[in-house]
Design a protein around this ligand. Structure first.
Ligand code: DX5
Ligand code: ZN
Length: 231
């Protein structure tokens, strides 16, 4: 059964980079649903993070679902390496190259779920013909590259239109960027089910104070679930 319930996916971009194993164990023990891994290449986005060896190293700590968001161009030469590193889902940007359909097919050919990502300025028209090839659409509600940016509000109406476009297809809607207990209900009511949050999950906590991660995630989840029920 396809699960459209609200899922919280902490972005480890806001975790302690020197302590990923313990950070992942802490967020999972505190009830996250997915672990969101932001891969940046210093070319597609103006920041650099990590490659397949690090993703593989953290994989053994992930008991839930490893969601790998590729902010790299080109994508295709690296799909096999990220699949072998143990990604459960690989998401690629529609802006990262001319052949996103081929990229998504290549991801699925590795036995990995495929997500397609749209930057805030990119129209939903670009993915209309991909909806039967994918497991998730990720709508960026910040310009990708950094954590801690402000939520771009045009993503709310975009989520509503995407939800209508998807209809009954088993396709998740993920929102990434500036998700907080204040913004999560806006996109949850519009139809999003996977909420990525970096700063809003990790702020105030640490591996020594993991209960703060739990409180932060519960605040986002309960705000989103209430808005969903009211919608
Ligand atoms: C931004 C990344 C996000 C980022 C979100 O390029 O894709 O996943 O970590 O961080 P917050 O939740 O702090 O906006
Ligand atoms: Zn991300």
């Amino acid at each position: 059964m396809f699960d459209r319930s609200i899922k919280i996916a902490p972005s480890i971009l806001s975790a302690d980079f020197a302590n990923f194993g313990a950070e992942i164990q802490a967020i999972e023990a505190q009830g996250c649903d997915w672990v969101h891994v932001d891969v940046m290449d210093g070319h597609f986005v103006p920041n650099l993070t990590f490659g397949p060896p690090l993703v593989k190293a953290i994989r053994r700590h992930v008991k839930t679902f490893m969601d790998v968001h590729l902010m790299i161009a080109p994508v295709d030469p690296y799909i096999e390496a990220f699949a072998e590193a143990g990604a459960d889902m690989i998401s690629a940007h529609v802006e990262a190259g001319p052949h996103i359909h081929r990229t998504l097919q290549a991801i699925r050919a590795q036995g990995v779920k495929a997500g397609v990502v749209l930057n805030p300025a990119t129209s939903l028209d670009t993915i209309e013909h991909l909806l039967d090839e994918i497991d998730m659409v990720l709508l960026m509600t910040v310009n990708p590259g950094f954590g801690g940016q402000n939520f771009i509000r045009s993503g709310i109406e975009k989520t509503r239109r995407l939800r209508a476009l998807i209809g009954d297809r088993p396709v998740h809607i993920q929102i990434d960027g500036g998700v907080t207990p204040e913004t999560a209900p806006l996109v949850a009511a519009a139809g999003a089910d996977v909420l990525v949050a970096g700063s809003a999950v990790f702020k105030g906590g640490s591996v020594d104070k993991p209960e703060v991660y739990g409180e932060n995630m519960r605040a986002i989840r309960s705000a989103a679930e209430s808005a969903r029920e009211a919608a």
